[in-house]
Design a binder for this molecule. Sequence first.
Ligand SMILES: NC(=O)C1=CN([C@@H]2O[C@H](COP(=O)(O)OP(=O)(O)OC[C@H]3O[C@@H](n4cnc5c(N)ncnc54)[C@H](OP(=O)(O)O)[C@@H]3O)[C@@H](O)[C@H]2O)C=CC1
Ligand SMILES: O=CCCC(=O)O
Length: 293
Amino acid sequence: MEIEIGFLGLGIMGKAMSLNLLRHGFKVTVWNRTLSKCEELVEHGASIGETPAAVVKKCKYTIAMLSNPSAALSVVFEKDGVLEQICEGKGYIDMSTVGADTSSKISEAIAEKGGQFLEAPVSGSKKPAEDGQLVILAAGEKVLYEKAIPAFGVMGKKSFYLGQVGNGAKMKLVVNMVMGSMMNAFSEGLVLADSSGLSQQTLLDVLELGAIANPMFKMKGPTMIKNSYPPAFPLKHQQKDMRLALALGDENAVSMPIAAAANEVFKKARSLGFGDQDFSAVHEAVKATNPST
Ligand SMILES: NC(=O)C1=CN([C@@H]2O[C@H](COP(=O)(O)OP(=O)(O)OC[C@H]3O[C@@H](n4cnc5c(N)ncnc54)[C@H](OP(=O)(O)O)[C@@H]3O)[C@@H](O)[C@H]2O)C=CC1
Ligand SMILES: O=CCCC(=O)O
């Protein structure tokens, strides 16, 4: 994309992704609900749009990276939103993690205005976003996907085109449902090791050498055993993804008792005040239900 790209949402992910676009020579106009967060991007060469509508008016293609379905919908449908300026010749790419129903609503509204829509949620967290190593799960207008490939190439290490709108959202939710369940099992393992007199560090060393070694245990384990959860993927977002994945299971009559139990523990962690910490803080909810540890 040689032309200016709009970017809505400068949270943990959006900031890193838009910085990558700037670093690789893209012209970027940014907007964030809390406008002060745009300033750091301006220092790196971005322009500011005062509203989502102003960004879309200025840019041929606009990307969004927002917290949840209600944020994704409000930025499109509310006053000064995307719909006010989207039109033929413009594209809107929502990279937030939302359900297929939210994506479809946005897609239909944009198509009615003559614009093009792509959903493109990502796998990978803060560090992969900073390093341009995300995995992009795109679905929707194929023509827009092809136009977006240069930008996706900067933000990610691999893009998948998954067909009709909804497929990207569903793939992302399946992946995060597995991840959330794994994080719960991992936390239970850490608590069980500690309670039964074993070294948690030795458990990490053993896991790392065996068949269930994986980057998540390796990256999160050392901080978890220090009870430290600096937010890379906020727990409130992981719980939102479990909720959306369970709704997808309901729609398809898929029984998912493990994911349902994991969701309960994420809810418990939120109620204990860990929503803004990293999702690995679910460890604290497991500890809270096992008070001797
Ligand atoms: N962090 C991660 O590791 C990953 C996150 N994701 C997904 O990416 C999305 C963003 O995540 P992340 O960057 O971590 O989240 P953050 O919580 O760091 O940022 C959320 C962003 O959404 C904005 N926002 C929230 N509510 C509204 C609203 N009502 N109207 C307008 N803007 C709103 C926030 O604005 P403000 O600054 O004003 O609060 C902020 O820009 C989520 O869907 C998440 O599930 C996907 C992969 C990895
Ligand atoms: O949605 C967040 C995903 C985090 C990750 O893939 O590490």
